[in-house]
Ligand binder design. Structure first.
Ligand SMILES: C[S@@+](CC[C@H](N)C(=O)[O-])C[C@H]1O[C@@H](n2cnc3c(N)ncnc32)[C@H](O)[C@@H]1O
Length: 258
């Protein structure tokens, strides 16, 4: 069975005209203004099932519950964000699942924060650290826009200097330029059996990170790189697209076992 849960006031909704033309809005009981388009009144959708049709600004739109992909497409970007191909693998490497308590550094634009908050569900929790207040502000706004504010706590801090507040986390993801400098603190913050995952764009960063993981006694250390190739599907002419999403970063997972 799918989820035909009625739409509730305050939740994010996708107001979609066609692919590539959609707005991520909050379902409010009063009219709201959408930059560049005009004022929209979504009050009639409160309590309705997803899929309702509305007329707005001379066009027809459908009101949907947004997917994770919809939310990520609509993020405001400041720092370079983690792409879906890497974000999903980081969840796997950091052992993130519904109900998990996890941390990340740095928050950046909050793309990975949104993915983590989505994965831990409403029984889990995410603590997102960044040393820059301006990035935290962007990440906080993006997380709120996605409807996940209650699952995420933001902390302004340099984790290589001050570490993490927590002591029994299930997983930690490090997307900072010097992840090796935060690994000792990450180890103390993890529950035994918990995992850390790192995102390192260069070979030099990868080597230094893995060296530190080994020195600190982490086990099950595994590094991967994912290359994503879209397929062009046409009757009798199916083939890979000519361009692909190649190198972004190397991803490493490791477990604290003692
Ligand atoms: C590439 S961005 C992270 C992008 C983020 N994962 C996303 O998907 O949007 C790196 C972030 O790490 C933060 N950062 C760098 N060094 C840090 C440190 N030692 N402690 C905390 N945050 C740090 C930066 O301020 C920056 O916001």
């Amino acid at each position: 069975m799918g989820t035909e849960r009625p739409l509730a006031e305050g939740e994010p909704v996708l107001v979609r005209r066609r692919e590539g033309e959609a707005y991520l809005l909050s379902l409010r009981s009063s009219p709201q203004s959408v930059e560049g388009v005009g004022v929209i009144d979504l009050s009639g959708q409160i309590g309705a099932p997803p899929g309702g049709i509305i007329e707005w600004a001379g066009a027809t739109y459908r009101v949907l519950r947004p997917s994770l992909a919809d939310i990520l497409r609509q993020l405001r970007r400041r720092a370079q964000i983690i792409t879906p191909k890497d974000a999903q693998q980081l969840l796997f490497l950091a052992q993130v699942e519904p109900g998990s308590w996890v941390a990340e550094a740095g928050a950046g634009s909050g793309a990975l924060t949104v993915v983590l908050a989505h994965a831990v569900g409403d029984t889990g929790h995410v603590v997102s650290y960044d040393r820059r207040a301006d990035f935290l502000e962007v990440a906080r706004r993006n997380v709120a826009h996605a409807g996940f504010s209650e699952r995420v706590r933001f902390v302004e801090r340099d984790v290589t200097v001050e570490g993490f507040d927590e002591s029994e986390l299930d997983g930690i993801v490090l997307d900072v330029p010097e992840p090796w400098a935060a690994l000792e603190a990450a180890r103390s913050a993890l529950v035994i059996g918990g995992a850390v995952a790192t995102y390192t764009p260069t070979y030099n960063q990868l080597e230094r990170t893995v060296r530190a993981l080994r020195t600190l006694g982490f086990e099950e250390i595994r590094s991967v790189e994912l290359l994503e190739r879209t397929l062009h599907v046409g009757e009798g002419g199916t083939r890979p697209e000519f361009d692909m999403l190649g190198h972004t970063a190397f991803l490493t997972g490791a477990r604290r076992v003692s």
